[in-house]
Design a protein around this ligand. Structure first.
Ligand SMILES: *Cc1c(COP(=O)(O)O)cnc(C)c1O
Length: 331
């Protein structure tokens, strides 16, 4: 019997995790420890000054039982960029890759059967015990990898209401492309307001009408066979699912427009039948069903292209179509 898919996304973990400590720029030995506790000093830099970054990837079980990590190299590269941007020690490529592959290998039985996946959550935290170091980087850090068997983040076929927010930012504009905890905390107030006032679980941040992304997913407009999405700026997270989608869509004859677009343009296109989706490792590609614009529900009438695109990605992840771009790493 394989692991069942837990009811709540991200709440169940493989029992052990790899951890490596870094002291004054020197990375120590890889250690294994229980994943349900972590000993750090209450003065640790991460707890007071937000020196924390993370990644999100997934491993998938194929029909033959083998387990494959999707876009491991891209995740490792992005984590190193996040670390550098936050003035934290940058984990060496091989160290980080080996930790992830070895952790997934040891937890193979925790990878659910098809439709589910093993979510991989590497995290790096600043551990220097010094509350006087608000103005300097943490000299020590811990790098660990949590694994969590998961199902769908958004229940398939259900309503996905997205509030279009034009007044506020998700996070500081120069921080958007970094996967750092504070960015998510800073978006929460607006997310809770959206839930309370509009029954919307997601907020699409569009400061001054510029369509950007939601709290944890990229946003793509689909108009016929054209995908429209914001070009890579520092304001938003450069999703690996987004880049995979654009590559695969191009392979299948879609045209791609990476450009700025406004809420007005989006509204007009949606009224004329365009679709929209949220893109991310957790969400995969999830079709939007309602956009709430200026307080009004605007129905997204169709989800069929979005679902077609979703299958193009999931077919590669589950080994049902060829891995032409070399995105899978077998553990
Ligand atoms: C992780 C994340 C995404 C999606 O990135 P993927 O690499 O596709 O998982 C999008 N937006 C934000 C804010 C994120 O944190």
């Amino acid at each position: 019997m394989r692991t069942e898919i837990p009811a709540v996304f991200g709440s169940v973990f493989a029992p052990e995790m790899p951890i490596v400590y870094c002291e004054d720029g020197a990375w120590g030995e890889l250690q294994w420890q229980p994943s349900n506790e972590l000993k750090i000093h209450p003065a640790a830099h991460c707890l007071h000054y937000g020196s924390e970054i993370f990644e999100g990837m997934k491993a998938f079980r194929h029909e033959d039982g083998s387990v494959h990590i999707f876009r491991l190299d891209a995740g490792v590269e992005r984590m190193r960029k996040s670390a550098a941007a936050m003035s934290m020690p940058v984990p060496p490529v091989e160290l980080l890759k080996n930790m992830i592959v070895e952790a997934v290998r040891r937890a193979q039985e925790e990878v659910p059967d098809q439709r589910g996946a093993l979510y991989i959550r590497p995290a790096l935290i600043g551990t220097e015990p010094n509350i006087g170091s608000a103005g300097s980087p943490s000299k020590s850090a811990a790098l660990f990898v949590l694994l969590s068997p998961v199902g769908d983040y958004f229940k398939q076929g259900s309503e996905l209401r997205v509030l279009v927010e034009t007044d506020h930012l998700r996070c500081a504009p120069h921080m958007g492309s970094i996967k750092t905890g504070g960015n998510y905390a800073s978006a929460l107030y607006w997310t809770m307001q959206a839930l309370e006032k509009h029954h919307a679980k997601q907020v699409l941040f569009c400061p001054n009408g510029d369509v950007q992304e939601t709290g944890a997913s990229n946003f793509v407009l689909i108009d016929g066979k054209t995908l429209i999405t914001k070009p890579l700026t520092s304001e938003f997270l450069h999703g690996i699912t987004r880049s995979s989608l654009l590559t695969v869509a191009k392979d299948h004859g879609y045209s791609i427009e990476e450009r700025h677009f406004t809420v007005d343009e989006m509204k007009e296109r949606i009224a004329n039948g365009a679709e929209a989706l949220l893109s991310g490792t957790a969400a995969v590609l999830s079709p939007v069903t309602v956009l709430i614009i200026e307080g009004q529900d605007v129905a997204v009438k169709s989800q069929s292209e979005a679902l077609k695109l979703r299958s193009l990605i999931t077919d590669i992840q589950y080994g049902r179509s060829a891995d032409k771009h070399g995105w899978l790493t077998k553990v």
